[in-house]
Design a protein around this ligand. Structure first.
Ligand SMILES: Nc1nc2c(ncn2[C@@H]2O[C@H](COP(=O)(O)OP(=O)(O)OP(=O)(O)O)[C@@H](O)[C@H]2O)c(=O)[nH]1
Length: 323
């Protein structure tokens, strides 16, 4: 084979590869605590979405990106859809619906260890109403927590739920995100449901969430650890500034991060700060470690606690806090 025919063959091969490449957006929906964030992390292979044992901790739409030679799957992680009680709750549900309308495939997460309940039916009902014919994959999560008999029953129940509501599942996939079981299989099954197209993001990108938002989420996650049950929904974090410290030697950089933790009532200040500032210090040092790991640079973290009175019910404050 001479040089020119080899080149022509290569070009053809590349054109064929590009024609077969698939790319698109997927989102996981499901009731709070269904395991959506953990699954996103397991698929992407790094900590991009915030997980916690508390429900409704994912406020921002975080994208994780799964890179495959033949496909790129962009995961959009939404807050849990739930019956709204406050203005914030309504806004969150709007975010969820807007996301659903934009993605190429929806993964509906149902935990294997809990019977299908009203929360799941509420979401399934909304999915059935979706006008666009977006493929829906039922993902039965946390399979490590149940016996194979219980899992089989749950898979049947999910199938039945689809029949009742007129949803045609493209697939029903059992996974365990914490054990990494069937996670790759799920990606394999999602890819063919994406439209053909070139990669949407540069190779190697894991998320396009602005760094400041991710840093704020890491601080909020740390601030939520071990606090009273009513507090989580009252905390918002805004990173005001991230600037490299001047006059540092090139081999010893330092990034100054200034962030505010907002609470709703003055009475909550003590909970966040703790006796003699002990809790706030812990929040600072634990989130700083995560931020340094995320950004790959030493960080000086300057944290302040501020009261934004009843921010969840105030449209102006919600906008300022990024909702
Ligand atoms: N045993 C087990 N636990 C899991 C698995 N996936 C998630 N969890 C746990 O379930 C809890 C909730 O998981 P998340 O991923 O935060 O759930 P989520 O659906 O994103 O929750 P929201 O942000 O509230 O909507 C956490 O304590 C996870 O560690 C799994 O595969 N196995």
């Amino acid at each position: 084979m001479n040089a020119s025919s080899a080149t022509a063959g290569d070009t053809e091969g590349r054109a064929r590869d590009e024609a077969e490449h698939r790319s698109g957006f997927a989102c996981f929906v499901g009731r709070p605590n269904a395991g959506k964030s953990t699954l996103t992390n397991a698929l992407v292979g790094t900590k991009v979405a915030i997980t916690s044992t508390r429900p409704q901790t994912t406020r921002h739409t975080v994208r994780g990106i799964v890179h495959r030679p033949e496909a790129q799957l962009v995961l959009v992680d939404t807050p849990g859809l739930h019956k709204p009680r406050t203005l914030l709750g309504e806004r969150l549900n709007d975010v969820v619906r807007t996301t659903w309308a934009e993605v190429d495939v929806i993964g509906f997460c149902l935990p294997a260890d809990q019977k299908i309940g009203p929360g799941d039916r509420f979401i399934a009902g909304e999915l059935a109403e979706l006008k666009k014919r977006t493929p829906k994959v039922a993902v039965v999560t946390k399979t490590d927590l149940v016996s194979s008999k219980a899992l089989a029953e749950q898979l049947l129940a999910v199938d039945q739920l689809g029949r009742e509501l007129g949803i045609e599942w493209a697939e029903i996939v059992p996974v365990s995100a914490t054990e990494g079981s069937q996670v790759d299989l799920l990606a394999d099954l999602l890819v063919p449901l994406l439209p053909q197209g070139p990669p949407l993001y540069p190779d190697g990108d894991l998320t396009d969430e602005p760094e400041q938002v991710m840093v704020a989420e890491l601080i909020r996650e740390a601030a939520l650890e071990g606090v009273r049950d009513e507090l989580p929904h009252s905390i918002a974090v805004v990173v005001e500034e991230m600037v490299p410290r001047e006059d540092r030697p090139a081999d010893r950089p330092l990034l100054d991060v200034h962030a505010n933790i907002y609470i709703e009532r003055p009475s909550q200040k003590g909970i966040v700060i703790g006796p003699k500032g002990k809790r706030l210090k812990e929040v600072g040092s634990s989130s700083r470690r995560h931020i340094e790991a995320l950004l790959g640079t030493p960080v000086y973290l300057d944290l302040h606690v501020k009261v934004a009175k009843d921010w969840q019910r105030d449209p102006k404050q919600l906008r300022r806090l990024g909702f």
